[in-house]
Design a binder for this molecule. Sequence first.
Ligand code: ZN
Ligand code: ZN
Length: 281
Amino acid sequence: MVTGVFFHPEFKGKDWPVIGDKFAGFPEAFGSMLNDEKIAFFEPKEVSEELLLKVHTRELVEKLKKAWYCRGALLSVGGCLEAAEKILIGELENALVFVVAAGHHAGPSSAWGGTYVSCTGPTIAYLKETYGGRRRYAILDTDSHHGDGTRAIFMGQRDILHVCFCSQNLVEDEGTKVDVDAGWNTSDEDYLRLVEEEFVPRAKKFRPHIIMHKLGHDVCQGDYGDRGLTEKACVETVRIVADLADEMCDGRYLILTHGGSRRDLAEKIYPEAVRILAKIT
Ligand SMILES: [Zn+2]
Ligand SMILES: [Zn+2]
């Protein structure tokens, strides 16, 4: 099986809101993986407006269309959608999707914090409509901040497990929406233990068809959501979730890049994540 990487050349050379030009060194940062037969590179296409309107208000979409970062956002959601569909139909085992100007702070009618449209919202709405509504989806959010937009979109949908590592402990929506206080000045070991204790058993019980993971590195020392972690916490979280996906859902695992503005961290963590997905030792 093949690992997909969804990257568009327009994602580099621009000062994206909040994350800046952190993808300036891609795709070159993948090195020899660019020619590895276990990995397929895709240029994403823009998502349709019609799909965005499945989860967002017309007002939000019109506002996005006027912003300079609109194309980046549409390509990011398009990449998420295509990757998830290819995993669902068995063309890919897993994938890493690059994301700019889109993500977890985008709710149905409001968006902020560098993310102006939802990736997982339109994607899951499309998959449910196209392939039937029986599958369950797990979303893990290890960005430093609370995924308020994602939570608002999926609240009340009990076939979506949303486990978010942020700054509060909360369980709602009959146990399908969970926040875990990751603390500040946290060690890599403590953070990974929380992932093992708070996400793994919940996911096993929930039995999702696929795990979608918002992988931010703003949690790392010196980045803007610093929780005292190093890149090891991000990489090892991917290893834990990849093993879990292998055990639980035939390896179906989709990673979305999320917060963090340090280019050096992006260039370490995302290639390492792909190495884990493609089982390159
Ligand atoms: Zn963040
Ligand atoms: Zn949260």
